[in-house]
Design a protein around this ligand. Sequence first.
Ligand code: FES
Length: 167
Amino acid sequence: MHECPIENGPRRRGVLATVLMIGGLVAGYGTGLWNFLQYLVPLRRQPRTDLFVGTLAELPVGSSRTVVDPQGQKIAVTRTAGAAGDPASGFKALSSICPHLGCNVHWDGGRSQFICPCHNGVFDANGTAISGPPAAEGKNLKEFPVKVDARNGWVFVEVTVRGRYGV
Ligand code: FES
């Protein structure tokens, strides 16, 4: 016995509509879930690059130099004595942007502290907030990794690359 195609038409359309609706829901919720998981655990590491700061000879203990990353963020690189035989351990590269409201901090070599002039925020040489609004909020200066090329004594700061230079 053959079924009448005219009678099965509405039933097939109903099944097809249900399948399409379920597919749409799975795709929609699946995409949302995927984006949420990527927000929690980023799969792609942001591209990074090394910014040249100077040579060890140009950066004596107690000195500070400012470099600018591709996003325009100023990074203060300071040098302390560090561990013997490990020149990289004496370097700290910290964002010059105050985590309170974004003013530029400056290095006070005499006090070995970073000072934010906007609301008298003070950070120690490690970028830890020790007084003012940043200390009250527990917000420290952002730190960047420092590398020293032992072959030629060149000092670099590792930064992320975004915007028109990358992702
Ligand atoms: S912006 Fe630096 S202390 Fe307020």
